[in-house]
Design a protein around this ligand. Sequence first.
Ligand code: KG4
Ligand code: ZN
Length: 355
Amino acid sequence: MSGRILAVESSCDETAVAVVERGRRIVTGIVASQVALHAETGGIVPEVAARAHLRWMIPVLDEACARADIADWSDLDAIAVTNGPGLAGSLLVGITMASTLAWVHGLPLVPVNHLEGHIYAAWLLDAEEPERPAPEFPVVALVVSGGHTFLVEMRDHLTYRLLGQTVDDAAGEAFDKVGRLLGLPYPGGPSIMRAAAGATRRDRRFPRAWLGDTDDFSFSGLKTAARRAVSAELGGPDGGPIEPDGSLLPEPVVAELAWAFQDSVVDVLATKTLGAAERCDARTIVIGGGVAANTVLRQRIADAAASRGIAVAVPRPGLCTDNAAMIGAAGWHRFNAGERAGRDLDARPSLKLAV
Ligand code: KG4
Ligand code: ZN
């Protein structure tokens, strides 16, 4: 038993393979991003994503194996693969490769939930990174990605109690839609963060959806408010049926709107996460998913948690967005729990986190 797992991730628009030791130490992690490809269409076209996975999966695997120095497959304990949630065609590329490798080399195949991967990214250590303690339970985890936004409590490994979730758009989806509305390049998250950093006028002009005392989230009202604001800035009617074109706005106005939008999202995410952590007596707050790469959100949660004596575990930005190392981290715990998939492992586009 080497404690090494080879992990494969292809649920959305990153083709990724990693080797991870004992669910913590990244031996190697390779990610081929399709961002440039999808920038042309301003969003992901599922069939285009699946074809790009087919094109890149083997080169990414080759590179990962070369860097991890895998000459003998018996050095691995298992192969882990994302089986959902995600785009069916994209998931199938990773699943087909992982299950073929497992079969050919006689290794166990471990299915991993992509959302669980985003949480377990907080356990990872880079190859050369000094040891640091693992997140301590109870954990409250905020997952904020392009497709999902939710809060869970974990009292131990692999156990989740859902505290709240979005009732409409995911936070990343809202960033992407408002980014497009403002005429910023895809994906909207990093573009809005960059534009907001240059804002000189910082006015809290957008609403916050608190949804009473629940831990649920809603971002569709904020999106509508942003749309109205763009229309108004363009001098057009409020909220007409035609999407206003924010690319016609002067840069300082775009920056101001980007700032106000980000401020509203961060305010709600951070306030609800801190409130949930206090109620659950959490020792650690974990943040994961692409939106957790946002430096304003990270800082806001770090500051608020520090003043309450709660630790924060947030992966470096490259491990917040989709990668295979996080699947290797979660896969290690699933492997030790005895979870195995047969050769009939299928894609589960709407797979839920076990709660
Ligand atoms: O986790 P992820 O890579 O893929 C999914 O599983 O969905 O998340 C992608 C999402 C996109 O919506 C992207 O706009 C957002 O994460 N994102 C960000 C930032 N970087 C990526 N949102 C806000 N600020 C960022 N810096
Ligand atoms: Zn993801």
